[in-house]
Design a protein around this ligand. Structure first.
Ligand SMILES: NC(=O)C1=CN([C@@H]2O[C@H](COP(=O)(O)OP(=O)(O)OC[C@H]3O[C@@H](n4cnc5c(N)ncnc54)[C@H](OP(=O)(O)O)[C@@H]3O)[C@@H](O)[C@H]2O)C=CC1
Ligand SMILES: O=C(CO)COP(=O)(O)O
Length: 328
């Protein structure tokens, strides 16, 4: 299968960074934007000043409002927009093509993972999931980054990883799509919690305890959903959980800090917060845990705080008062 040309849908921070990584790997890239004005601005300046200010984009990237064909399709819109985007695309564009899902979130209403949305909307597409510790700014600037790329066909996934790999972007091929995408979605929920710990000044010990217990909870969720808990030892699990749960660069962590400082979700959103996928995913993950009968006290705690059903002090007291148990 030819893997020369790439179309990236979604010209936010992550879509632009993945376009840049693809261009660094030697691919010819179409970055699909929503308006001609956006396309003109990006092509004239060789930069996406809205999404990634100050970052020069490689000449192999052309911004467009549409594309008729590409060997590799990357979807990089927010998790809640993936279905709408897929509704608008010509099914022939995706048919028998590798489609890489890069959003990290679960769909409100359906509780669906990104690859379930793709299977629903474009059953002939060959779904892959890309996740791992990777801030858009780092990837676009060529700072060393490693991610997981999971798909069902081992040979194709390895070929895709090779087609996107560059001197500073290293995708590891894997086969556990469920584990990779559940990890990517849930780490945003835990990043809200860790940010809240910081915002409420509960201390570094609390944050590390939270990360370790989040890992255990995530393993229960992945297992219950049919993925492999072993996947969590890798980039999409441990790698992204530690990055997002400890870095103030993370938008989810920043949102959590605002919650921890006493802000309410609606106020923080109204104040112009950047995209924090965990806000939409927390109630979905909580519903999923209930439907699977998985014990998920941390997801429940984040859900309660995000929905303003409880304050941080109350959920922390509740977590600390849970019956003592053996660690494993
Ligand atoms: N930023 C990062 O470091 C990383 C982000 N991700 C994930 O990537 C996903 C996107 O995040 P990110 O790029 O940062 O978010 P941004 O908020 O920077 O950008 C989102 C982009 O999606 C576009 N968009 C929204 N809805 C649609 C739609 N229906 N059709 C077409 N385009 C649409 C927006 O377009 P418009 O501007 O026209 O509104 C915007 O350009 C998230 O799931 C995030 O978790 C993953 C790894 C790293
Ligand atoms: O997923 C990311 C890094 O791997 C980006 O995290 P935020 O969306 O929290 O900024």
């Amino acid at each position: 299968m030819a893997l020369e040309t790439v179309a990236v849908f979604g010209a936010g921070a992550w879509g632009t960074a993945l376009a840049q990584a693809s261009a660094m790997a030697g691919r010819e890239v179409s970055l699909i934007v929503r308006t001609e004005a956006q396309a003109d601005a990006i092509n004239a300046s060789h930069a996406n000043e809205v999404a990634l200010p100050g970052q020069t984009l490689l000449p192999a990237i052309t911004a467009k409002t549409d594309v008729s064909d590409a060997d590799i399709i990357i979807l990089a819109v927010p998790a809640q927009a993936t279905r709408t985007l897929l509704t608008s695309l010509d099914p022939h564009l995706l048919s028998e093509k590798p489609v890489i899902l890069s959003a990290k979130g679960l769909e409100v209403g359906t509780l669906a993972r990104q690859s379930e949305i793709l299977a629903d909307m474009a059953p002939r597409a060959i779904g892959h999931v890309l996740s791992g510790p990777s801030f858009a700014g780092d990837v676009a600037a060529g700072r060393p980054t490693a991610v997981t790329l999971a798909g069902d066909d081992a040979n194709l996934t390895s070929d895709l990883a090779a087609a996107l790999a560059g001197p500073s972007f290293r995708p590891y091929a894997a086969d556990d799509r469920i584990g990779v995408e559940v990890a990517g979605a849930l780490k945003n929920v835990y990043a809200l919690a860790c940010g809240a710990v910081e915002g409420a000044r509960l201390g570094a010990s609390a944050r590390s305890a939270l990360i370790a217990r989040a890992y255990a909870e995530m393993a229960r969720m992945v297992h219950a959903l049919g993925g492999s808990a072993h996947t969590l030892t890798g980039l999409a699990g441990l790698g992204d959980l530690t990055l997002t749960c400890t870095s103030i660069q993370s938008r989810n962590y920043q949102f959590g800090m605002a919650l921890g400082a006493g802000g309410r979700t609606q106020e923080i959103l109204a104040g112009g917060a950047k995209l924090a996928e965990g806000v939409a995913t927390a109630p979905v993950a909580a519903a999923l845990a209930r439907s699977l009968d998985v014990d998920a006290p941390l997801i429940d705690a984040v859900d309660a705080v995000v929905a303003a059903r409880a304050d941080i002090a109350t959920v922390v007291a509740g977590l600390m008062a849970r019956p003592l148990k053996r660690e494993h």
